[in-house]
Design a protein around this ligand. Sequence first.
Ligand SMILES: [Fe+2]
Length: 292
Amino acid sequence: MLSRVDSRSSGFSNVAASAVSFSDGPLFKSGCGPLLSQVSQLVRSSPLRAIFSDIHGNLDALEAVLADIKEQKIDEIYCLGDIVGYGPNPRECIDRVREHCTASLLGNHDQGALFDPEGFNAGAERAIFWTRSVLETGPGSEDRWEFLGDLPRVIKEPDHLFVHGSARNPLNEYVFPEDIYNQRKMERIFSLVEKNCFQGHTHIPGVFTEDMNFLTPEEVDFEYQLVNQKHLVNVGSVGQPRNGVPQSSYVILDGDTVRFRRVDYDVDATANKIYAIPELDNFLGDRLRDGR
Ligand SMILES: [Fe+2]
């Protein structure tokens, strides 16, 4: 079902390999989850899929989102990258993604942790060097590095493309709402998309339509039909929202219907962890309270 494009490694990663077959990649590895998942897929034409992005080391947010996903009886979870960077729990977030996600992509901050960060501001660069130092130590560090190093940049399916940034530059290009006024940029990006592209990176959820509109989740009452034209769907951010809403964002894809979810988490707990780590600027905690 999946094909990997432009992987940094020569072979399929464990995560991508498990994404090829539903049967050997249960979503939640306890209780009756796998059986329910397989039964629900038998009666559906396509799997019920949760798609999230930009966790940024925020474990409190990720655990709240995973709990919400569990309640929705989801078959598969896709993560669009930036598992680490900015936040206080990079190890734990990688471990949760490895455990729960059917597939995951490499984000620019994940790459920054692996290699030298490029184009980062001073605060983001300090955070990524601290993140790297945490990932280099402790039990399981080699497995985590290997996992990050094997992440693909693109997942391509017949109707759906999955990237961190954009179809044109999967790792680094931002597609902001105001880009609907940049016709040349949007036409070029849409020309690279067969039908729908799911992306993150800006931390601003919403739908871009091929006729140059951007629709916020509120404007579509949190549900949108991906029909009649091509779409770019930004799934928002789990761990560092920038849409003025402090809740985590993710989407559920159910056939042609995309549903935007908002999830409360303990923002103060994460902010306090950030304040306690000298290498992470206090601003990184402050911004979580406003979703900026
Ligand atoms: Fe990000």
